[in-house]
Every structure is written in C-alpha cells, then in structure tokens.
Design a protein around this ligand. Structure first.
Ligand SMILES: *[C@@H]1O[C@H](CO)[C@@H](O)[C@H](O)[C@H]1NC(C)=O
Ligand SMILES: *[C@@H]1O[C@H](CO)[C@@H](O)[C@H](O)[C@H]1NC(C)=O
Ligand SMILES: *[C@@H]1O[C@H](CO)[C@@H](O)[C@H](O)[C@H]1NC(C)=O
Length: 403
C-alpha cells in the first residue's frame, strides 16, 4: 500500500473528530489517599507520591493527581517525564517537608522533562525552613533544598498555590519554556537566609503575574539565559527586590534579554529593580532589552540600581563567604538598552537612582522616563549617582538625573 493523501474534506472531518474527542476526553483522577497516603503530618509519603505519579504519567490523556485536604509529609521526590499525556497536580492540602534541619539535597519536590503540566489547587507547600535556617546562617555554603524545582518543563501553568518557609529558594525554573505563573504566594521571614522567591534560569517565554512574594532574598531573580520574561502585578516585600543577575560570574553563562517588568510594587525591600553583574571572575555576556515600567516603591533602600561591582566569593572558600575582589577588576558584562518608565514612591536611602557600571563595558542606552522617588531625610532631597553610565532622561526626574 502506498501513502495516498487523504482527501481534504475527509482529513478535516478526521481532525474535527479527533479534536472533539480530545476536548471531551475525561480526566482520570488519581487520589493520593486511595494509594495509602497518610495525612498525619508525620508519615513519609514519598513512596506513595512516586507510585501515583508513575502510574498517572504512563497513561495517555489528562491525568490529575489529587491531594485532598490534610497535612502530608514527604521526603524529597522527583516527578519525572516524559509522560503519556497532560499532567495535573492538584494540591488541596498541605505538603510538608521533613523538618530534618540538615537535609542536604538540592531539591525537595522536582518536576522534570514534562510537557503540559498544571500545578494548582489553593494548597500549600511548606518547606519547614525554620528548622534549617540557624544552620545555614552558621554555614553559608550549606546546600539546602528548593521547594519546587521545574527542570525542562514546557507549555505549563503554575497557579493558585502557596509556598512557605523554604529552607532555600522557593521556586526555580531551569531550562523551561512557555510557562505561566499566576496567583502564587511566597511567604518567608525577611531575615531567612537565601530564601529567594522565584528564580528563572536558561528559560524563555515565562510569564509571572498576580503574585505576592515576601522572603529573605530576591523576590524574583532572572539569571543567565532568561529570555522573554514578562512579570506583571507582582508585590514584593520583604526581601531584596527583583534582580536581573547576578550574572557573568561563571563560564558558559548565556545572555539575558527581552524582559518586561510592569505594574509591580515593592514594599520595604532592600532593592527595587536591580541589575547586578559579577566582577571577579567575570565573563563577557550581555543584559539587554529590559523594561521596568509602572512600578511603585514604598520604603525601598535602593529603588533603581545597576551594580556592576557585585563581588563574588573567593574561589574555593565559598563557605567562608569572604567577599573577594582584585582592586583593578571590572565586570565584562555589557548592560545595554534598559528602560525605566513611570517609577514612583519613596526611597529609604538618599541615593534613589544608582548606576554603577563597568569601566571596561560602560552601560549603554539607559533610558529614564518619569521618575519620582522621594527621600525624607535630614541630608536633603533624593540624589542619583552615575559611574560609567550613558543614556537619556525624559519627563519628570526626581532625583535629578545624572545621565
Ligand atoms: C522591614 O523589613 C525588615 C526586614 O525584614 C523588618 O525587620 C522590618 O520590621 C520591616 N519594616 C516594616 C515597616 O515592615
Ligand atoms: C505581559 O503580561 C501582561 C499581563 O498578563 C499582558 O497584559 C501583556 O500583554 C504581556 N506582555 C507581553 C509582551 O507578553
Ligand atoms: C499598568 O499600570 C498602568 C498605570 O497605572 C496602566 O495604565 C496599565 O494599563 C497597567 N498595565 C497592565 C498590564 O496592567
């Protein structure tokens, strides 16, 4: 038999039948408690989680893993694909990390190699960080687990979930594409060590919206290889604000470009919108085509900042956390085409706009438009500071621009 083309009308009909079938394809539910999960907050449910995942992942069609209300403790688990169909992780309960303070793994709940994943359900992922933070404060090099790690995930949605008290980062995307994050809450104390909200790395077409993030480190960090990231309606604080980088500190890092950060608020954060690049070691990559617009700052220490003097830890003695910089070292990262539009509110420090760029790669095409950042201090009104920074300022400028 040959491969005769099917006449158009028939193939359209087939397509219609197939797509109609898919729309109406039933979701198969996999309810965790039916597989023996114990909601006592103590029993380790990791084996149950994996059994349910493996069974659901094998099946074609839509598969929903349902975590009913209740507190489910689990040791680290890795949910691996590729799966036969669409995967849904519906958490209506509390998934709780072990309180083992020195659990030295990188990830607590990891999703890997999955296309079409949905994580939602109004439930909570509780990292039990308070048991580990005192150890982390004493030993800065200690590896502790991320609550939700997404590695090589595509065409997926994470929405209506709450992440609290991670031992480390709350949520990380690595090598992901076409991800929508919406209505996510991150909550950890302002003094908890390295508890970033969301990290994006080597990923593209990531949308983060309508979320509240308070933690002890970056609200959102966009690292090496972040491209086409759209962040809107995110409230940050406490924490270190939204950060592009740090970048340039490792060989093989990729450029960052095409970021839009809009309609966000920062309350009581140490930075607002920050770009930070490393000096030593430093590699020649670029951060470009970045827009920060319609942003409100409330009591932010450094509302607008580019910091190309960001010091790396001394190689080899990371755990001692000694800031190390050769006096003559300069960042090789090129920062270019950065727009700041409609940014207003209050600065906790007098220098409200700070551009500390590299001597060997001065910042290019910085664009400030309608900036109004008030400072109420005895030293006088708000100021701006420029080092190796080039660009233009338009419209209202408070503080007066140094560009
Ligand atoms: C601001 O954040 C710091 C650090 O988390 C905290 O100690 C302080 O109470 C906060 N201030 C306000 C007004 O919320
Ligand atoms: C970014 O997200 C906002 C809110 O969801 C949306 O209105 C806007 O069109 C998006 N912009 C881009 C460039 O994707
Ligand atoms: C962001 O805020 C500005 C000013 O308040 C508004 O005009 C604009 O429509 C908002 N954009 C989005 C995507 O909500």
């Amino acid at each position: 038999m040959g491969c005769k083309p099917i006449p158009l009308a028939i193939s359209m009909l087939l397509l219609l039948i197939v797509s109609t079938f898919q729309v109406h394809a039933k979701t198969k539910d996999f309810i965790l408690t039916k597989y023996g999960a114990r909601a006592d907050g103590k029993t380790d449910n990791s084996k149950v989680f994996l059994k349910v995942w493996n069974e659901a992942c094998k099946r074609k069609g839509r598969n929903a893993i349902i975590i009913p209300p209740g507190v489910y403790m689990t040791n680290p688990v890795c949910f691996k694909g590729p799966c036969g169909g669409e995967m849904i992780f519906n958490n209506k309960g509390v998934v709780k990390a072990p309180s083992n303070p020195q659990l030295q793994v990188r990830e607590w709940i990891a999703f890997k190699n999955i296309d079409r994943l949905t994580v939602f359900g109004d439930g909570t992922f509780d990292g039990q960080g308070h048991t580990a933070w005192p150890y982390k404060k004493k030993n800065k090099g200690l590896t502790l687990p991320i609550i939700l790690m997404f590695n090589s995930i595509s065409n997926s949605v994470i929405h209506h979930i709450k992440l609290i008290d991670s031992k480390s980062v709350h949520m990380k995307f690595f090598s992901c594409s076409n991800i929508h994050v919406d209505h996510v809450t991150v909550s950890a104390p302002g003094d908890s060590p390295n508890t970033d909200g969301i990290i994006v790395s080597r990923s593209h077409h990531i949308d983060i919206s309508n979320s509240n993030i308070g933690s002890g480190d970056d609200c959102i960090a966009l690292l090496s290889g972040s491209k086409n990231v759209n962040i809107s309606h995110v409230n940050c604080g406490p924490g270190h604000g939204i950060s592009v980088g740090s970048m340039g500190g490792r060989e093989g890092e990729k450029d960052i470009r095409g970021l839009l950060i809009q309609n966000c608020t920062f309350t009581n954060t140490t930075n607002g919108v920050r770009i930070k690049t490393k000096v030593n070691p430093s590699f020649p990559i670029t951060a470009s085509n970045i827009v920060f617009r319609d942003i409100i700052m409330s009591d932010v220490s450094n509302p607008i900042i580019i910091d190309q003097q960001y010091v790396n830890m001394m190689p080899g003695v990371h755990s001692l956390s000694i800031p190390y910089r050769k006096p003559e070292a300069e960042s090789q990262v090129q920062v270019a085409d950065i727009k700041y539009i409609n940014i207003r509110g209050s600065s906790k420090k007098q220098v409200a706009v700070k551009f500390l760029c590299s001597k060997i790669k001065p910042c290019k095409k910085l664009n400030l438009k309608n900036i109004n950042l008030k400072y109420d201090g005895q030293k006088g009104p708000a100021k701006s500071e420029c080092v190796n920074a080039n660009g233009v300022a338009l419209g209202k400028q408070n503080p007066p621009s140094c560009l």
